[in-house]
Design a binder for this molecule. Sequence first.
Ligand code: NCD
Ligand code: ZN
Length: 344
Amino acid sequence: MKTLTITKPDDLHLHVRNGAILKTVMPHTARQFARAIIMPNLKPPVTTVAQALAYREEILQAVPAELDFTPLMTLYLTGSTSVDEIKKAAASEYIHAFKLYPAGATTNSDSGVADIKAIFPLLATLEKYDLPLLIHGEVTDDACDIFDRERVFIDTSLADIADNFPGLRIVVEHLTTTEAVQFVQAAGANIAATITPQHLLFNRNAILAGGIRPHHYCLPIIKRESHRLTLVEAATSGNPKFFLGTDSAPHLTSLKETACGCAGCYSAHAALELYAEAFEQADALDKLEGFASFYGADFYRLPRNTGTVTLEKTAWTVPPEYGENGSTITPLKANEELRWKLND
Ligand code: NCD
Ligand code: ZN
């Protein structure tokens, strides 16, 4: 049987929520990854070190006892984040970054930043204390076509941030366009990016052709095929600027399958299997380990993991849902067959 063994990977962009959903999803991620960068867009958002430490405890409670998993906490940057809080975060061994959401760009981003220029003093503080800035790179202008929002953000805001803070480490999260890939490739070593499994596997037909598929709806929205091909090329290139971040974003099935469904794809149940499919299709399985296990850790200046995980070339069918009756989550590729399977 064909197998693939790689160093234990990290997920550098993950939503685990809290309460009942956290209990459902945490075992999935802890089985696949040694560590994950935890997104702070709870309701209310995680804006202080004290909140992040309490959230970290809640996450650890949800990790099955037999698994070893380390949550890497982040804080939600707002217009009222204080310089003092940034200093506290820099001094904490548990806080690894700040997340910038343009106000209204995505799920739970109401507390995000409306005027990016106005927070430049905070970005200067992040640069000074060497804390990475994680960016949801989309404009929120209603007049801007949803398929153009990432490209326009690069031109109007990201280039400006990068120029003004040449020492700031930036992760452009969940890339979806050729323009974003080119921006990151051309930037200095301080600028890197995450790529999700859904943006490597699907183009926008997966959302809209032959019927609306709400479980393929996430933000930034999946783009046309030419963009997918550029993303696959970047992820499988061996360029350390591109690394794994699933953006697994669980929502209750009832909140996805409705007249105005939430944005977010749930992929934690089969993250490595999904990436393996994408890398195999590109004939680049040998590039998976760098992308999944080395480049993200290096960028965040964390030691590389020491254990390994093994994937087997064994077909299995993804269940229709996870969770308890009435509060279930529909996973990516529900009821479909996957070619790779992670060994326990
Ligand atoms: C994420 C969520 O649900 O929290 N949704 C998504 O579509 N990706 C937020 C985000 O990362 O944009
Ligand atoms: Zn996200």
